[in-house]
Design a protein around this ligand. Structure first.
Ligand code: IVH
Length: 675
């Protein structure tokens, strides 16, 4: 390396700046700069490195770019074996563990043990090896002794530091973690697989494993995997007393560590954590299958030793599984808003991780055939987060022979017109324009919380409105009167007035909400936002050609084709025009004519606490779009502090300095966004 080159300082600076912003974005989920500003830094570094390849640093963020596909995985021997955990499946099994631990540590039972409790992430374990602070190897667990070399793949995961953020790295360290795919990403990946008529992943864990164990690192790079780090393998040059201190270190070094982790004194405290996390399990963005409890003092952990490949100083306390067996009683076919016919299994009710499941999707005919699903089959059902439950597989070896094959209908089960299947598509569709099933789904989608957000207009009411002939197109919603609603079963004076008022409140939605609400194929919320930001009006979007659309970075041929097809259709255009007589979309701020550079021009804000309707990233984006800046610390230069629930010490600092404190409501008012 040429240390005296005049550009080296800038390259060093860019490298460390980009690492810093990767950490803020991918680990803390608290970006400090806009995506464009980040791109500018990365582009400058790429340019300098291309012109001076000899100056590229060994931890350059440009090394995250996927390399050539491999022929096969190499094997890597772990420096110390990757063991397994013993399980506790009940409260009593947990207290038995505690009693055993007292014996091993020769402590009186009355003296509580100091435990470290954290989440048990449901993914696949990986071993990361750092030499003098640099990531040199990454491997899957394999048989615990030797794993597969996935170094190139792991380097594409932005939450894994290529270099430890410390000036005194240990000479060698093996860091253990769990690679996971967040539930929403799993859902998207499977939707994508479905559209491409490829095999579906059974659950987020399989999807994570399939994404990491890829010979082509470009595929791994396209899947937003995360690695939560929790453990220590071999180390040389590291002194650490407790598990909690070690994990804090991991975070300082730049790793993603579970946000929910706690030092617990005694069994009760652990039990409290177990129960609290069980409640939260439903809303976590990733799958967990229990908690892991470890002796916090590493000397005690050493002392406890091992028993048949499991450390005696830790245990997994598991939650009830979210996969369960049941029987398919019947199969029905549902018609979606774009006419797609989806087979759904009606199953004997079962409880999956707290919810009663009566139906599970079978996706489409090809998936049913692939899994050979029949009425009467015993099947494994899976539920991940809020994803619709699905049938994972049939338990074939207990078939009785009485199971019945399902004949996929040749006609729409609702409007009875013939169905079609296009070449190359997995979906079978009802293509009738007058299908009420499609209409109901379209209206449900339009009024959904993420679209027009008409409160109180639930599934049942939409059904009634369509069945009674009160609503046969979007604009009919805005011609509803209280008198009409009162004719429907279940409506009274108060409830009908409430709904009419909610409809009235929905007439100024942000543009992206209606774009999403139209339910155009392949146009989800994210794409809708991109389109709104780029075009700013329906007029402009409807005039865009496929070529125009493909100029936009995130828009691919599937979306652009679907959009142009949609806007070429006179029926769609006329429905939309009629709707736009009643509602006026608000264009994104940077495109609005009265924005005069933004409401927060020149102002610096600080975020603290948990916001209810916005993520931190959204709040940051809104502030930046309005001309403001976000800082992480409060100072005399701070103009306002945006405080959510359970604010931190920043709120007190702001009070002391007499800085304006805004609630989320006030903030949204300032930037003129009605949530
Ligand atoms: S400690 C001896 N901590 O669970 C293995 N493991 O069932 C020590 N896992 O192979 C692991 N989250 O892949 C630990 N917070 C956590 C974990 C965790 C998930 C996985 C890990 C391990 C498996 C054992």
């Amino acid at each position: 390396m040429i240390l005296s080159h005049p550009l080296i300082e800038r390259i060093k600076e860019l490298t460390s700046l980009i690492h810093h912003h990767d950490f803020r974005y991918y680990v803390l989920d608290e970006p400090e700069i806009s995506d464009t500003a980040y791109d500018t830094l990365l582009r400058e570094l790429r340019k300098l490195e291309t012109q001076n390849p000899e100056l590229r640093l060994p931890d350059s963020p440009t090394l995250r770019v996927p390399g050539q596909p491999l022929e096969a995985f190499k094997k890597i021997k772990h420096l110390t074996p990757m063991l397994s955990l013993s399980n506790a499946l009940s409260e009593s099994e947990w207290t038995e563990f505690d009693q055993r631990a007292h014996k091993i540590l020769e402590k009186p039972l009355l003296e509580p043990i100091e435990y470290f409790a954290e989440l048990k992430f449901d993914g696949l374990s990986v071993n990361l090896i750092y030499e003098n602070g640099y990531l040199v190897h990454a491997a899957t667990r394999g048989d615990g002794i030797t794993g597969e070399d996935v170094t190139q793949n792991v380097k594409t995961i932005r939450s894994v530091p290529l270099r430890l953020n410390t000036s005194k790295p240990p000479q060698w360290i093996e860091i253990r973690g769990e690679a996971i795919l967040p539930i929403q990403e799993f859902k998207k990946l499977n939707e994508d697989q479905l559209n491409k008529n490829l095999k579906l992943f059974a659950n987020p864990r399989n999807a994570a494993a399939g994404s990491l164990r890829q010979l082509d690192p470009a595929i791994t790079a396209s899947r937003p995997l995360k690695i939560f780090c929790y453990g220590l393998g071999y180390s040389k040059g590291l002194k650490m007393n407790t598990m909690s201190a070690y994990q804090n270190h991991l975070q300082e070094w730049g790793f993603q560590v579970g946000q929910y982790r706690k030092i617990c004194l005694g069994t009760k405290s652990v039990l409290h954590f177990y129960k609290k996390m069980e409640e939260q399990r439903e809303t976590l963005p990733y799958e967990i299958d229990g908690i892991v409890i470890k002796l916090n003092q590493l000397s005690e952990m050493d002392h406890a030793g091992y028993i048949s490949r499991s450390p005696r100083g830790m245990i997994a306390f598991k939650y009830p599984p979210r996969q369960e067996m049941t029987t398919i009683e019947d199969i029905i076919v549902q018609v979606g808003r774009t006419g797609t016919l989806t087979p759904v299994a009606i199953v004997s009710p079962i409880c999956l991780g707290g919810a009663t499941i009566r139906r599970a999707t079978l996706h489409n005919q090809d998936e049913m055939d692939r899994k050979d699903i029949r009425i009467g089959d015993r099947v494994l059902i899976q539920r991940a987060g809020d994803v619709i439950p699905e049938v994972v597989k049939v338990i074939l070896n207990i078939r009785t022979g009485k199971e019945k094959k399902f004949q996929f209908p040749t006609h729409c089960p609702v409007c009875h017109s013939p169905v079609e299947r296009k070449i190359g598509e997995s979906a079978i569709r009802c293509v009738s324009r007058n299908c009420v099933a499609q209409l109901k789904e379209r209206i449900r989608h339009l009024v959904h919380i993420n679209a027009l957000n008409i409160e109180g207009l639930g599934e049942k009411i939409v059904e009634q409105l369509v069945d009674e002939g009160f609503v046969s197109q979007y604009s009919d919603l805005y011609q509803l009167t209280q008198e009409r609603l009162l004719q429907l079963e279940g409506f009274a004076e108060k409830s009908s007035l409430k709904l009419i008022e909610a409809i009235k409140r929905s007439v100024h939605p942000e543009l992206h909400r209606i774009i999403f609400g139209l339910g155009i194929r392949h146009v989800g919320e994210k794409t809708a936002k991109i389109l709104a930001n780029f075009f700013g009006s329906f007029e402009a979007i409807s005039k865009a050609t496929e070529l125009d659309l493909e100029q936009i970075h995130e828009i691919g041929p599937e979306v652009s084709q679907s959009l142009t097809q949609y806007f070429r259709d006179p029926q769609h255009l006329s429905d939309l025009q009629k709707l736009l007589k009643y509602i006026q979309p608000i264009p994104p701020l940077h495109l609005s004519t009265n924005s005069n550079g933004g409401q927060l021009k020149g102002k610096t804000g600080v975020l603290t606490g948990t916001l209810t309707t916005l993520s931190r990233r959204e709040a940051t984006r809104i502030i930046e779009e309005n001309g403001g800046k976000v800082s992480t610390s409060v100072s005399k230069k701070t103009h306002f502090i945006l405080a959510g629930a359970e604010p931190g010490s920043k709120l007190d600092q702001a009070r002391n300095l007499g800085i304006e404190i805004w609630t989320e409501e006030k903030f949204l008012e300032m930037v003129q966004i009605k949530k």
